[in-house]
Design a protein around this ligand. Structure first.
Ligand code: 4AD
Ligand code: MG
Length: 486
């Protein structure tokens, strides 16, 4: 436990341990910047040590001001020191360790400040070559070029903290609602979505050799990076009523667009003993609203930075999304809306066509800029697992749903799963996949239950919360065609 220590010497005066580094280190409690900023100094000054990176230095005749940030909060800690403690090695970006006394600040700008008794430069930073300049606004396209350094910028620091909190909030949501967390595999032998957007996995030694051509590879079967954990989660929903997974997914989509990545994180849930798509939609809506609400209360400073500098008006938009019920329309209604629209779309709006981003965005605007569930898609548009509504012809649909959100378009995709053995078998037969998916058919032979689930793109979720235009700015290391930096 930290015991508050009253120190007799003046904060800018001499430290009694000035020449005794070991003794001083032992006495100084290490604080993170966040801990220091909220420390209660009313009960007496605290002798502490902080470590971090210099965000600003200002040297005056009598005093040296410095701000140090260690990633624990958006706000940096103000350091005040005698000019004698200044060294030419202290500059924007350098890493430092500062010992001193945490006291109440006389300025209104901050609650506390650290009166330094020792400043130790751990690593110098050549500010001429450092790509980020003090107090300069760097556009996201510029910052993106430095994936190895961008966590030092305010915006990216905030993004990473929000991302981390959002991960916890999502886990918390599922935990408190009775879901079991399943680690679904990253390497898999199936193509869940059947869209062929797969990355194949092979050892680097075999690639391009005769050996690769002659046999079935390292695993003895073609193996891929997963496009979705759904099928493995469905296995678990044969033994658990509620299961979820949250991990990396991979799609070889040839898109450099603002909402596509080759590697992204997906949150997926599967619920057993449900015959209603509405039940699944309710989980989606609750997941979004509850986690967004948790973020607003857990990281207000970080979110405000985005609301102020990245996407003005976003806070109001987000609060409206949280407050209002999500709207539900059928695919058929969606097409009627699009057809009646005066907008001339680039892509076709015939029944049976896939909804494109331009259509999705139009539908969201048309419905008042709140999230819209589009349900009951054409049978031929959705993968083999979607439950047949047996309503055609001519309009044959499946119990599938996409959630479209303002500014992004599709955020969630989900469906009821075809749990009827004969229906599933005939669909797989038609697709020539019955052998490949024998195990999936088995799930329907051995105690099948009506079930359904969904997947939510985690980066698109962050874009929607923060109002970030480009998906590459919400993931630490974006992967997309012709780019795999670091
Ligand atoms: O709609 P999708 O393809 O659905 C599935 O994969 C289902 N198997 C999920 C399930 O039911 N368990 O993908 C789900 C979501 C999309 O709505 C989108 O938000 C995101 O994943 N997504 C991408 N995000 C970034 N980059 C990409 N290339 C993405 N592709 C899909
Ligand atoms: Mg989809």
């Amino acid at each position: 436990m930290y015991a508050p220590r009253k120190l007799a010497f003046s904060v800018l005066g001499r430290c009694p341990w000035r020449h005794c580094h070991r003794r001083r280190s032992a006495a100084a409690h290490k604080f993170s910047v966040r801990e220091a900023l909220v420390a209660n100094v009313e009960e007496g000054a605290k002798n502490i040590k902080i470590q971090g990176w210099v965000r600003s230095v200002r040297s005056q005749k009598e005093v040296l001001f410095m701000h140090v940030n260690d990633g624990s909060s958006l706000e940096s800690l103000q350091i005040v020191a005698e000019p004698s403690l200044k060294s030419s090695a202290i500059g924007f970006g350098s890493s430092v360790e500062v010992c001193g006394v945490l006291v109440k600040s006389l300025s209104k700008k901050q609650n506390v400040e650290l009166k330094a008794t020792e400043i130790r430069v751990i690593g110098e930073c050549d500010s001429k070559d450092f790509p980020f300049k003090i107090k300069e606004h760097h556009p996201p396209e510029y910052v993106r070029q430095f994936p190895h350094l961008r966590c030092r910028t305010n915006i990216f620091g905030s993004l990473l903290r929000v991302r981390s909190e959002a991960t916890s909030a999502i886990h918390q949501f599922f935990k408190s609602n009775g879901y079991v967390h399943i680690h679904t595999p990253i390497i898999t032998s199936n193509d869940c979505e059947g869209a062929g957007e797969l990355f194949q996995v092979e050892t680097s030694k075999r690639v391009g050799t005769q050996e690769e051509e002659d046999d079935d590879g390292f695993f003895g079967v073609p193996a891929f990076l997963t496009v979705s954990g759904q099928l493995h989660l469905e296995i678990m929903s044969g033994g658990f009523q509620k299961a979820f997974t949250f991990g990396p997914t991979f799609r070889a989509e040839n898109s450099q667009g603002r909402r596509h990545l080759a590697e992204f994180y997906m949150v997926e849930a599967e619920v057993s003993f449900t015959e209603s798509l509405e039940d699944i939609m309710q989980v989606m809506e609750n997941l979004f609203k509850e986690t967004a609400t948790a973020l607003l209360s857990k990281c207000p400073e970080d979110l405000n930075l985005f609301f102020k500098y990245v996407s003005p008006g976003q806070q109001g938009r987000l609060e409206r999304i949280i407050k209002n019920p999500f709207i539900v329309i059928s695919y058929t209604e969606a097409l009627e809306i699009l057809k009646k629209s005066a907008t001339s779309f680039q892509y076709k709006t015939e029944w049976g066509c896939d909804l494109q981003t331009e259509h999705e965005k139009y539908l969201v605007r048309h419905c008042g800029d709140v999230p819209v569930f589009v349900i009951n898609y054409p049978y031929d548009l959705k993968p083999f697992y979607a439950r047949d509504n047996e309503d055609g012809p001519p309009q044959h649909t499946v119990a599938a749903v996409d959630l479209l959100v303002p500014g992004i378009g599709e955020l969630f995709g989900g469906s009821l799963r075809e749990e009827r053995l004969h229906v599933l078998r005939s669909r797989l037969d038609m697709l020539g996949l019955a052998d490949t998916y024998q195990w999936y058919l088995d799930l329907r032979r051995f105690g099948t239950v009506p079930h359904g689930g969904f997947g939510m793109g985690f980066e698109r979720y962050l874009q929607c919360i923060l109002g970030v235009d480009n998906i590459k700015d919400v993931i630490p290391f974006p992967r997309f065609p012709y780019s795999c930096l670091l």
